[in-house]
Design a protein around this ligand. Structure first.
Ligand SMILES: [Zn+2]
Length: 150
């Protein structure tokens, strides 16, 4: 694999630009012990972190910090576009409800319609959230950062 191909792979895997990929490559070449650290991080992610099947946030060792937490207000649902939004909201320490991650944003121009997001599947299909809404147990739904680009 050539240098250019490695940079393209790093860009793709890490979702960064060319300059960031080159900086990471340079850092790895200078300090090869970082390969072991990265290997451990990726193994931890692969083995122990998964999306919760209910809310699509992250589960650690099959335990969801939100769905399996009695201290969270299960009647407040915050609908967000990505897990990164959960991190940002949790950092504010003002929301104690639960989340639903859409795994994307509505963008009609690019063909991302509501049926392409997890919201559609989880609410329209016979899901846990659907049953919860039908039973009127969720009284407040907060929509956070849903962008409709025309
Ligand atoms: Zn969950």
């Amino acid at each position: 694999m050539t240098y250019e191909e490695l940079i393209i792979e790093l860009k793709t895997i890490l979702g960064v630009g060319k300059k960031a990929a080159e900086r990471i490559f340079n850092k790895l070449i200078i300090n090869p012990t970082l390969f072991d650290s990265l290997e451990n991080i990726f193994k931890e992610i692969k083995d122990n972190l998964h999306q919760c099947p209910r809310c699509l946030t992250l589960m650690h060792n099959n335990f969801c910090l939100f769905c399996h937490n009695d201290l969270r207000d299960q009647t407040k649902l915050c609908v967000i576009s990505s897990f990164y939004d959960v991190v940002k909201i949790e950092a504010t320490k003002v929301f104690n409800g639960v989340y639903h991650v859409l795994n994307g944003e509505i963008n009609v121009k690019n063909g991302i319609t509501p049926d392409k997001l997890t919201f559609y599947f989880n609410f329209v299909e016979n899901s846990w959230w659907n049953k919860k809404i039908i039973n009127m147990t969720i009284w407040k739904i907060i929509l956070f950062k849903i962008m409709i680009l025309l």
